[in-house]
Design a protein around this ligand. Structure first.
Ligand SMILES: Cc1ncc(C[n+]2csc(CCOP(=O)(O)OP(=O)(O)O)c2C)c(N)n1
Length: 375
C-alpha cells in the first residue's frame, strides 16, 4: 500500500496542489488528503473536472483530476477535444473498478476490461500506480517529465492502493443573499456579433474572455484576435468549468465566460459547481438564441426554462435577465465595480456574420499565448 499522506506530500512538493474530480471508493483516501490539505473542487461530473483542471492549468497551476473509471466516458469529450488540441498537462488518477479477475459489480465489468484501452485510444500515456512507495515516487517523476512536454499523464489505480486517510473537515457554505432580476419587458434581440462587439469594447487589461464552442469563438476571433481570448473549439459545454478553474486560480483577473444555450444545457451541472465555489471575479454571460446555431439552427429547449432562476438557485450571487445591449453594458460595469459571481442571460437572434472564418491560430498557441498574457 502507498502511504497516502506521504504520496500527497510528494505531489505537493512537485507543485500539485489543485485537485478536482468525482469520488471513487478506490481513490477516497487520496481525495480525503486533497480535501484536508489542498484545494479540492468537487465537480458534477468527470468531464467538468477535466475542464476545471484545464482552467487551473491556464492559470499556471499543476492540476490533478480524480475519477472512477465509470466516469471516464463522461470525460472523453474534454480529454479528446480540449486537453489534446490545447496540450494541457493534466495529472489524472482513474480507478480500475471491474479489474479482470477481481470480483466486482456487473456494471463495472466491461469498463474494467477497456479502461486502459480507452486511455491508449485517446493517446494518453498511463501507468498502473505501483503499490510500492519507492516505485510510485519514480513513476511520479516520470509523469512530471511527460507533463513537462505539455501532455496529460494518467495513473490507473487498483483496489487497495492507498492507505487510510480520515476526512478531517468539509466546508459547507450557506447560500448567501442573492440578487435575481428576471424578464420585465420585450427583448431587443441583438445579434451575437453585436453583443460580442460590445463586450470586446468593454475589456480592460485584466479581462480574460472565454468563448464557447462554435460561432461564438469564431466571431470573437473575427472581431479581434486578442491574447486575452480563449476560443474553446471543442469540449462543448465546458466553458463555464474552464472559467471556474481559472477564476479560482487567478483571483486578480476578470474572467468573462461567454456561453451558448445549447452548450449550457449540455453540462448544466456545472452551474451548481460554479455557484458553490462562487468566484466573484467570474462573469458568466449566456447568449441565448434558443438554437444550436453553429450546426444549422436546430432549436434547443432554452425557451422552456428559466436560466436566471436556475443560476440563482445554484448559488450565483447575482443573476440577471438582460433585455438589450445598454443593460449588458451596465451589468458588466456593475460587476466590475462590485465583483460578485454574476450570471447574465441575453436573448439574441440566430445567424452569424457572413462570411465567417475560423481561428487560424492553433489551439495550443492560443493556450500558450493566454498563459503568458496572464502572468
Ligand atoms: C459534445 C459535442 N456535441 C456536439 C457538438 C457539435 N456542435 C458544435 S457547436 C454546436 C451548437 C452549440 O449551440 P449553442 O451553445 O447554443 O451555441 P450557438 O451555436 O447557438 O451559438 C454543436 C451542437 C460538439 N462540438 N461537441
Amino acid at each position: 500500500m502507498i502511504p497516502t499522506g506521504q504520496f500527497g506530500a510528494e505531489l505537493h512538493r512537485l507543485g500539485f496542489d489543485f485537485y478536482t474530480g468525482v469520488p471513487c471508493s478506490y481513490l477516497k483516501d487520496l481525495i480525503n488528503y486533497a480535501i484536508n490539505d489542498c484545494e479540492y473542487i468537487g465537480a458534477a461530473n468527470e468531464g467538468d473536472a477535466v475542464a476545471i483542471a484545464a482552467g487551473a492549468s491556464l492559470a499556471g497551476k499543476k492540476p490533478v483530476v480524480l475519477m472512477q473509471n465509470s466516469g471516464l466516458g463522461n470525460a472523453v469529450s474534454p480529454l479528446t477535444s480540449l486537453v489534446h488540441p490545447f496540450q494541457f498537462p493534466l495529472l489524472g488518477f482513474v480507478s480500475l473498478r471491474g479489474e479482470p479477475g477481481i470480483p466486482d459489480e456487473p456494471q463495472h465489468e466491461l469498463m474494467g476490461q477497456i479502461t486502459t484501452s480507452m486511455l491508449d485510444l485517446m493517446q494518453i500515456e498511463w501507468h498502473y500506480l505501483s503499490l510500492d512507495w519507492g516505485e510510485a515516487g519514480r513513476q511520479l517523476q516520470h509523469a512530471v517529465r511527460v507533463m513537462d512536454l505539455n501532455r496529460p499523464f494518467f495513473f490507473v489505480v487498483r483496489k487497495g492502493t492507498f492507505d487510510r486517510q480520515e476526512l478531517r473537515k468539509q466546508d459547507s457554505i450557506p447560500l448567501s443573499n442573492r440578487t435575481v432580476r428576471g424578464k420585465q419587458r420585450s427583448d431587443q434581440l441583438p445579434s451575437r456579433y453585436e453583443a460580442l462587439s460590445l463586450l470586446h469594447a468593454q475589456r480592460n487589461s485584466s479581462s480574460i474572455y472565454l468563448a464557447t464552442t462554435g460561432k461564438t469563438g469564431r466571431e470573437l476571433y473575427d472581431l479581434t484576435d486578442h491574447a486575452g481570448n480563449f476560443y474553446m473549439v471543442g469540449s462543448m459545454g465546458c466553458v463555464g468549468s474552464i472559467g471556474l478553474g481559472l477564476a479560482l486560480s487567478q483571483l486578480q483577473k476578470e474572467i468573462v465566460v461567454i456561453d451558448g444555450d445549447g452548450a449550457l444545457l449540455m453540462r448544466m451541472g456545472a452551474l451548481a459547481t460554479i455557484g458553490r465555489y462562487g468566484p466573484s471575479n467570474l462573469l458568466h454571460i449566456l447568449l441565448d438564441n434558443n438554437a444550436h446555431d453553429s450546426t444549422g439552427g436546430q432549436k434547443t429547449v432554452s425557451n422552456h426554462l428559466d436560466f436566471v432562476q436556475i443560476a440563482s438557485a445554484c448559488g450565483y450571487a447575482r443573476s440577471l435577465y438582460i433585455h438589450d445591449l445598454n443593460e449588458l453594458e451596465d451589468a458588466v460595469r456593475e460587476w466590475r465595480n462590485a465583483p460578485s459571481l454574476t450570471f447574465i442571460q441575453l436573448k439574441i437572434t440566430t445567424g452569424s456574420k457572413v462570411p465567417l472564418g475560423r481561428p487560424s491560430i492553433r489551439p495550443f498557441e492560443v493556450k500558450e499565448r493566454l498563459m503568458l498574457y496572464i502572468t
